[in-house]
Design a protein around this ligand. Structure first.
Ligand code: FES
Length: 161
């Protein structure tokens, strides 16, 4: 094998100087350290920076029918492109809120034993007014309006003028 072999570096060629093995290993190690650092930092940043809020696409939906929900229970319904949470309290009061956690967007649920709204992803707690009580959620849940018309339960959002 001579120096004209394309796979071999020609130490005498000024246009193609040989790459020192040490620099190549340093390059690989540097890339590995950078990739490891990024794989630790990215989830931490995602934990602290909430995702942007998606648009619902509708102003009012029929969540369910009267009688479908037992007192002191909740259900998830579709409000446009996002989930909503409809709660029927023990005294017969309906409440509707966004079911998208303000932390990282998991779907929250009603905890009938604690009478509060709970996010299972990172143990975020909201009260029935949507207020963020404990855990990582940075903002309250959006509260919707509830109207019973006939045998249907309508949920609507406040539309800004
Ligand atoms: S997504 Fe983290 S607490 Fe809900």
């Amino acid at each position: 094998m001579g120096t004209n072999d394309p796979g071999m570096a020609n130490p005498s060629c000024p246009l193609h100087p040989p790459v020192p093995r040490r620099r190549f290993v340093e390059f690989l190690l540097g890339g590995g350290i950078l990739a490891t650092f990024a794989s630790f930092i990215y989830p931490v940043l995602r934990y602290f920076v909430p995702p942007p809020v998606a648009e619902l696409g509708v102003d009012e939906v029929v969540a369910t029918k009267v009688g479908e929900l037992k007192p002191n229970s909740g259900m998830i319904f579709r409000f446009g492109s996002l989930p909503g949470l409809l709660i029927l309290e023990a005294d017969g009061t309906y409440r509707a809120l966004s079911a998208t956690c303000t932390h990282l967007g998991c779907t929250v649920q009603y905890r009938s034993d604690l009478r509060e709204i709970w996010c299972p992803c990172h143990n975020g707690i909201y009260n029935l007014n949507g207020g963020n009580v404990s855990g990582p959620p940075p903002k309250p849940l959006t509260v919707f309006n509830v109207h019973v018309r006939g045998d249907e339960i309508f949920v609507s959002r406040n539309v800004e003028a």
